[in-house]
Design a binder for this molecule. Structure first.
Ligand SMILES: Nc1ncnc2c1ncn2[C@@H]1O[C@H](COP(=O)(O)OP(=O)(O)OP(=O)(O)O)[C@@H](O)[C@H]1O
Length: 349
């Protein structure tokens, strides 16, 4: 059902045609979220903080986007503006073609959001009652959604606890109930802030799989923020990096990581290189040296094979025993740190 427009979706509900939500489909490329020239400033005069500074992007249906940035970059302000929880000073946001400022109720009928983890849900209600409550907010009746809720609870490993009050569940399970409640209505877009907080490794992986399934099979569009870049790298199709209220990178996750693909090498030598050798290596080869117990880890970014052999010769001449050498693959964490670093005064830009 998610691959349809808001209008055709409504028509389908009116015609009581069969639910096609579980059928796999290709993303249609239709723009579901459009943010254009968004600006938000808090305070005035000397105390003014420009939290969002002319941000624009479009997100097609069925895409998972990781929104990243250091503390204070403007992620929350951007998301809250998209959800109508903060009124922007300028710019427009539309969701499924509906202007959030013009008709927020209709725009938000397409959206589910999990912004505060397990505080999203009612702890005295059972798991199922929570789901029914949140589906009810979207005008869906409990009897109509029971089967879909059972499937959702099954996939999240919560079915056996459907009739248990939330306050009797572990922190990780409460987090999953919160996600299930976000999905209790049939929405086109979900915003998730730190969705794996408090989840163990297994539960996090179940959540990754569920997010990919939602995007690939149900064509749900997902905007995700997390300080855990492993999750973002594992599930996001695309990454938008914010800094100081502006978009500083916006690309497919794989392309962004590939962009930073360099022939980096990590050498591990026994003992410590003498100070004069360390400064020679740093000047000539731009390496970093880090002590690690009885060994020293020497990293060289952008090394060609000639550099690798020249470095090994230097180690050998200095009588340093080479314990290990490996090429280093960048991950999203490294890409993120380098993109942010390039923005700092004196960075590459
Ligand atoms: N209500 C507010 N009043 C004043 N300043 C605010 C307010 N909300 C956010 N800010 C400021 O706006 C800037 C952007 O904050 P925002 O919370 O949007 O960033 P963030 O990327 O979500 O940060 P974090 O990762 O720390 O949550 C920061 O400098 C923050 O201090």
């Amino acid at each position: 059902m998610h691959q349809q427009t808001a209008q055709s979706k409504q028509a389908q509900q009116d015609d009581t045609q069969p639910d096609t939500a579980s059928q796999a489909s290709e993303p249609t490329g239709e723009t579901v979220i459009s943010v254009d020239g968004l600006q938000k400033q808090y305070g005035t005069g000397e105390d003014a903080v420009r939290a969002v500074d002319d941000i624009s992007f479009e997100i097609p249906r069925g895409t998972i986007v990781g929104l990243l940035g250091p503390n204070g970059a403007g992620k929350t302000s951007t998301i809250k503006s998209m959800l109508g929880l903060v009124v922007p000073d300028a710019g427009t946001v539309s969701i499924c073609g509906v202007d959030v400022d013009g008709d927020s109720a209709r725009a938000h009928s397409h959206v589910g959001a999990m912004l505060e983890g397990d505080r999203n849900v009612y702890w005295r209600l059972t798991v199922r009652e929570n789901l029914e409550y949140f589906a009810g907010l979207g005008g869906e009746r409990a009897s109509d959604v029971r089967e879909r809720h059972d499937e959702l609870l099954e996939r999240l490993g919560l079915l056996d606890w459907a009739d248990t009050p939330v306050n009797e569940l572990s922190k990780g399970m409460k987090q999953k109930v919160s996600l299930a409640s976000t999905l209790a209505r049939d929405v086109d877009v979900i915003f998730l802030d730190e969705p794996t907080l408090g989840l163990d490794v297994e539960a996090s992986q179940e959540l990754h799989a569920e997010l990919r399934r939602l995007a690939e099979q149900d064509d749900v569009t997902i905007v995700l923020t997390s300080h855990n870049l492993d999750i973002i790298e594992a599930v996001s199709d695309r990454v938008i990096i914010l800094n100081d209220g502006s978009v500083i990178a916006d690309d497919d996750t794989a392309a962004l990581v590939d962009l930073f693909e360099t022939q980096s090498y990590r050498f591990v030598v026994e003992g410590r290189p003498a100070a004069d050798l360390q400064s020679r290596l740093t000047t000539a080869f731009d390496v970093t040296c880090q002590p690690d117990g009885d060994q020293t880890v020497i990293e060289c970014v952008d090394a060609d094979s000639e550099t690798v052999y020249a470095l090994m010769e230097q180690f050998s001449d200095a009588g340093l025993e080479l314990a290990d050498v490996e090429s280093v693959e960048p991950d999203l964490e490294e890409v993120f740190l380098r993109v942010i670093d390039d923005q700092r005064p004196g960075g590459e830009q």
